[in-house]
Design a protein around this ligand. Structure first.
Ligand code: TRP
Length: 449
C-alpha cells in the first residue's frame, strides 16, 4: 500500500463494492417504477442508451481521476491543474459534490428506514405482535425518525470498519445475497397469474414516448443516480483501487452489473404489479397511468403479498430485505465521501470522522422528517435532478479539459503498456471533453425551460 490510505484487497472486492454503491433503491425501485409510468420499454431503451453513452464515460472519469490522485473529490480535482483559479474551481466542485452526497444520504436514509420497517414488520406479524408491526409500516414522524436513525447507525457501523474491513467485507457478503434474492423473487413472481402481461408492458415500447423531453431528463437522472455519479462516490472508490487494476475494464464490469440489475428488477416489479391487478388490487390511478413510486412499493406490493397467506409473508420479508441490503451497500458509499474528506483534510481518525459526518447528516435527515411535506421532495429534486448532472459536467470538464493528456495516458499505462493503441484511448478523451458535457447540458437546459 502506498500510504495509510485504505485499498481494496481484490478486484472482486472492488467490483462488488462499486456495484454495491451503484445498485440501490434507484435500481430496484426507481428504475422499474419509472419504466412503468414512462411507456415501459421506451424508457428501458432510452435508459440503456444513456447509460452506455453518457453514464459509463462519466463513471470512467470519476474512477480514473480517483485512481490517479488517490484522494477524495475535494482534494482530487485541484491536483489536476497547476492554475490557481482552476484549482479553486476544483475544490468548489468537490465541496459541491460532498454536500450533494450528504443531502442524497439524508433523504435516502429515510426511505431506507422504511424498508427496514417493512422487513421487520412481517415476521412480527407472524408471531402475533401486530401492534409494533403496524407501527413499523404506518407513516409518522416518530417511526420515520427511529428507523432513519437505525439505518444511519448501520451505515456508520460499516464505514467505521474502513475500506477493507467495512466496505469491502460487507459488500462481499451482501451483494451475492442481493442478486440471489432478486433472481429468486423474479422467478417466483413470473409464475403468478397476470405476470406475463406486466412482462409485455415492460418489453413492448410505447414509441410515442421515446425522445420526449420529460422522458429524457428522467432517464438521464435515473442513469446518473443509479451509477452514483457526480458527487465523488465513485471517485473515492476509484481512489482505493490498486494501481495494478485496469480501470476501463473493471469500470465496465461495474456498469454492466448495475444496468443488468436494474433491468432484472424490472422483471420482478412490473410482473408483480400485473399479478396484483389479476388479484383485484388497484394498480392504476384516476388518469389511467400505473401507480408508481411510494404507492407502488408500500401499498400495491404489500396488497399483493397479503393475498397469499404465509408465502406472502416470506415473500414480503425477502423483498424488503432485498431493498434494505441494496440501500445499505449504497449508503455506505455516500457516507464515505465526507468521511474520507474529514480524515484526509483534517487528520481526524476514522471513528471521529464517521461519527461527525454521520451525526450531521442524521441531523439534516431529522429536519427533513419533521418538515416532510416541504423538504422531502425538494431535497430530492435539488440534489438528484440538478446537482448530480451539473457536477457530472464539472467532472467531465476536469477529465477532458483540465487533466493533461500525457498525464492521463501515463495513468492508463500503469497497467496496460499498449493503452495508447486501445479504442478507449482513441475515443474516450475527446468524448468526455465534448460529447458528455454537451449532451448533459442540453438535457439539463431543456428540463428547465
Ligand atoms: N446508486 C444508488 C442507487 O441506485 C444510490 C447512490 C449511491 C447514489 N451513491 C450515490 C446516488 C451517489 C447518487 C450519488 O440507489
Amino acid at each position: 500500500m502506498a500510504s495509510a490510505r485504505g485499498e481494496f484487497r481484490s478486484r472482486l472486492g472492488f467490483i462488488l463494492a462499486a456495484a454495491g454503491s451503484a445498485v440501490g433503491l434507484g435500481n430496484i425501485w426507481g428504475f422499474p417504477t419509472q419504466a412503468a409510468s414512462n411507456g415501459g420499454a421506451a424508457f428501458l431503451i432510452t435508459y440503456l442508451v444513456l447509460a452506455f453513452v453518457l453514464a459509463y464515460p462519466a463513471l470512467m472519469a470519476e474512477l480514473l481521476i480517483g485512481r490517479h490522485t488517490h484522494r477524495n473529490m475535494v482534494q482530487a480535482l485541484p491536483t489536476l491543474s497547476s492554475q490557481p483559479s482552476l484549482a479553486r474551481f476544483g475544490s468548489l466542485a468537490g465541496l459541491g459534490g460532498l454536500i450533494t452526497a450528504s443531502l442524497i444520504l439524508s433523504f435516502y436514509a429515510i426511505v431506507a428506514g422504511w424498508m427496514l420497517g417493512f422487513t421487520t414488520a412481517y415476521p412480527l406479524e407472524l408471531v402475533g405482535l401486530s401492534g409494533p408491526s403496524t407501527w413499523l409500516v404506518s407513516f409518522g414522524a416518530p417511526r420515520n425518525l427511529t428507523l432513519m436513525l437505525v439505518f444511519m447507525g448501520l451505515t456508520m457501523g460499516v464505514v467505521l470498519g474502513g475500506v477493507e474491513d467495512g466496505i469491502e467485507r460487507w459488500s462481499r457478503r451482501l451483494m451475492p445475497l442481493l442478486i440471489f434474492t432478486l433472481i429468486a423473487l423474479a422467478l417466483y413472481v413470473l409464475t403468478l397469474d397476470g405476470a406475463l402481461r406486466g412482462l409485455s408492458v415492460y418489453l413492448l415500447p410505447d414509441i410515442s414516448k421515446v425522445l420526449s423531453g420529460e422522458l429524457l431528463i428522467d432517464a438521464l437522472g435515473s442513469a446518473f443516480f443509479s451509477l452514483s455519479l457526480g458527487v465523488g462516490t465513485m471517485l473515492i472508490y476509484g481512489s482505493y483501487l490498486s494501481d495494478s487494476e485496469h480501470v476501463p475494464s473493471v469500470g465496465a464490469q461495474v456498469a454492466l452489473l448495475d444496468i443488468g440489475i436494474a433491468v432484472l428488477a424490472g422483471f420482478l416489479i412490473l410482473p408483480a404489479m400485473y399479478a396484483a391487478d389479476a388479484r383485484g388490487v388497484a394498480i392504476f390511478n384516476e388518469s389511467g397511468g400505473l401507480l408508481s413510486e411510494d404507492t407502488l412499493i408500500f401499498s400495491v406490493l404489500p396488497a399483493l403479498f397479503s393475498t397469499m397467506d404465509t408465502v406472502g409473508i416470506w415473500l414480503a420479508t425477502a423483498f424488503f430485505l432485498l431493498m434494505s441490503i441494496a440501500a445499505l451497500t449504497s449508503s455506505i458509499s455516500m457516507l464515505e465521501v465526507p468521511v474520507a474528506y474529514l480524515i484526509e483534510r483534517y487528520g481526524l481518525s476514522r471513528s471521529r470522522a464517521t461519527v461527525l459526518a454521520g451525526g450531521v447528516i442524521a441531523g439534516v435527515s431529522a429536519t427533513i422528517v419533521i418538515h416532510f411535506e416541504a423538504l422531502f421532495g425538494l431535497v430530492i429534486t435539488v440534489s438528484t435532478r440538478y446537482g448530480q448532472p451539473l457536477l457530472g459536467i464539472a467532472i467531465c470538464i476536469f477529465a477532458g479539459w483540465v487533466w493533461r493528456r500525457d498525464a492521463l495516458l501515463t495513468e492508463l499505462k500503469k497497467n496496460d503498456l499498449a493503452a495508447d493503441q486501445r479504442l478507449f484511448w482513441r475515443v474516450w478523451p475527446a468524448y468526455v471533453k465534448w460529447v458528455c458535457p454537451l449532451i448533459i447540458g442540453i438535457i439539463l437546459v431543456q428540463s428547465v425551460v
